[in-house]
Design a protein around this ligand. Structure first.
Ligand code: XMP
Length: 327
């Protein structure tokens, strides 16, 4: 059996490209997990991102109700995400899923805070606090499931580690269960498909831990955050029709207002800024050329349906010098 205590990918683990290979990997991880966990209980923070979702689906297959998933809705998720997590994991996979509505708690803490790193710190700390509180309510947890993947181990000084600072507090210091820790992202997706997760989850583009919080530029307000969430859903739907779709595509709503005119009356509204980039490793990135058709469809849909927005812009900046996110 694979040595899961090591942090080096086993030399005999061939790249997982086919469903058959994924199934063999899943079977082996089921055995490994059962041997590690016995009849113990495992807790997992399930964000709904690719890594935590695949990890959860695998652990559900291995140990069923011995796994408790906690999904924290911090109010900064994309449109439809919490609903999808509940539908897939609670309804379809019959998992033990605790859904925590922490929207007010996060947004109250973030009110008036405009410094990006302070925003990140608040979101990160609050997340750990909420998760630890849920863990405390449960009896007999011995293990912590984590969707660590191989690049996380290789790049412990990489983007994720750089942005998502802070380790686990002592009350969450459980033994780790990390079934996909030797896999690269593309392999995680193949395994996710083989586990029956929906494409919308498996082929999801990267999404920062602090979520829409770093795209609602400046001090977050609920109305501007809602405008961002609605506009983001439109941008993702329209740019997602491109084949191939860009590596990452989203929008931001900066904290500025400009004049608009509607029914002969002037009013102030926010701009939505479209951003689509291609990159290999997120260290450098190139803006992706969008067609006029795509841009105008996005513009028309946003202007017609998103309250408070009166202007649509396109960010054509490369990294460097512009980072991918605006904050
Ligand atoms: P930047 O903006 O630094 O982004 O060019 C590079 C990649 O990292 C993602 N990103 C984050 N990911 N927590 C994360 O997990 C964060 O705080 C964070 N900030 C940026 C970004 O979406 C891009 O893919």
């Amino acid at each position: 059996m694979m040595d899961m205590t090591s942090n080096v990918r086993p030399a005999d683990l061939a790249r997982i490209e086919t469903e058959e290979q994924a199934k063999a990997f899943i079977e082996e991880q089921i055995e490994i997990t059962r041997a590690q966990v016995g009849d113990g209980k495992v807790l997992l923070a399930l964000s709904g991102g690719v890594d935590s979702s695949v990890c959860a689906a695998l652990l559900i297959k291995a140990i069923g109700k011995q796994l408790t998933c906690v999904h924290v809705n911090h109010g900064l998720l994309r449109k439809g995400e919490p609903e999808q997590v509940i539908e897939v994991f609670r309804n379809q996979m019959d998992a033990n899923l605790i859904y925590v509505d922490a929207v007010d708690r996060f947004l109250d803490k973030l009110a008036g805070v405009d410094d990006p790193e302070t925003k990140r710190k608040i979101i990160g700390k609050e997340f750990i606090d909420v998760f630890a509180e849920e863990a405390k309510k449960l009896e007999g947890i011995k293990f912590l499931g984590q969707g660590t993947i191989y690049p996380d181990i290789l790049e412990s000084d990489g983007v994720k580690a750089h942005h998502n600072v802070g380790g686990l507090p002592p009350e969450l210091d459980f033994e780790l269960v990390e079934p996909v820790k030797f896999l690269y992202k593309d392999e995680v997706r193949v395994v996710g498909k083989a586990l029956g997760l929906p494409d919308g989850m498996v082929y999801r583009q990267p999404f920062p831990g602090p979520g829409l919080g770093v795209r609602c530029v400046g001090a977050i307000t609920r109305d501007r955050l809602e405008a961002l969430r609605e506009a983001d859903a439109i941008v993702r739907e329209e740019i997602g029709k491109m084949d191939p779709a860009p590596w990452q595509y989203f929008c931001v709503v900066p904290d500025i207002k400009s004049t608009g005119i509607k029914d002969g009356k002037r009013y102030m509204g926010w701009p939505v800024v479209i951003r689509a980039i291609n990159t290999k490793d997120a260290v450098t990135a190139k803006a992706v050329e969008l067609s006029w058709d795509t841009l105008t469809t996005i513009r028309d849909r946003i202007i017609a349906t998103v309250p408070g927005v009166n202007r649509v812009l396109w960010d054509i900046s490369d990294k460097p010098v512009s980072t991918i996110e605006w904050e």
